[in-house]
Design a protein around this ligand. Sequence first.
Ligand code: 8YV
Length: 315
Amino acid sequence: MDKPIILQVGPYPQWDQEPLDAAFRVHRYFESEDKTALLADVGPSVKAIATRGELGANRAMIEACPKLEVISVYGVGFDAVDLQACRERGIRVTNTPDVLTNDVADLGIAMMLCQSRGMLGAETWVRDGSWAEKGLYPLKRRIWGRRAGVLGLGRIGFEVAKRLKGFDMKIAYSDVEAKSYATDMEFVADPVALAEQSDFLFVTLAASAATRHIVGKEVIQALGPDGMLINISRASNIDEDALLEALETAELGSAALDVFEGEPKLNPRFLALDNVLLQPHHASGTIETRKAMGQLVRDNLAAHFAGQPLLTPVL
Ligand code: 8YV
């Protein structure tokens, strides 16, 4: 039987590429020099799209594939897929939850620790001779015992909160409603109020039109000059112009960011700041997790074409 034809939107490690190529006839959209021509040429025969979390499938791509049956997202965030376009045609959508939860939470905590204790600057302080020449590295604020806010208590937010408890922190969270499994944390409905009572504010919300810029000027000012914003969700959850303004004027103490508007290109204003930790969207970027994500992408595709239940359906 002919292999199903799929469109691959973004690059995968070789350990994923080989089995994908073995199971499907793969067109690599991201390698094409004329993506419009490629879609016009192969779109009519494409039955599945394999994406990356931040490189999704918009309505134009979906409409260029009249035989499209399923979109398999390599990531837990499916905000880059036009779900409404999929609903209109009964196109299935899957993602890769759970396998990446702990790694993403780990990096969020690592970003807080690294930025709060100034570890990148301290490394330079040793390497460039400042320690010998100038003496002690400038003191920073402590972490343990202070206040943390988690904006979005889903799988990742819950694991972040679990890790924060190890620092004896006062932890509160904001979400669309109080969570029955979070009785040991304060529920604060309003993100501004959460920021007001936080020293460290983690953004762990699944991104959608409803959460766009949920962290705006008001939340950022409420977090304030002693506060740190940590974003391991999507850049769209934050008003980046307001964030940059606050960091440049020290209205916000610092930030630690793994995601950016327009990534991998980011606003050059970030590069001029010394109060922000910049990370290349690699929160799920461990070998074990990325292998598990790739396996889930393929297993969902295989289940679909075998007429079996999808493993991790979104739609
Ligand atoms: C992925 C992510 O690594 O899971 C997501 O939604 O953003 C990351 O964990 C990324 O999507 C891979 O391109």
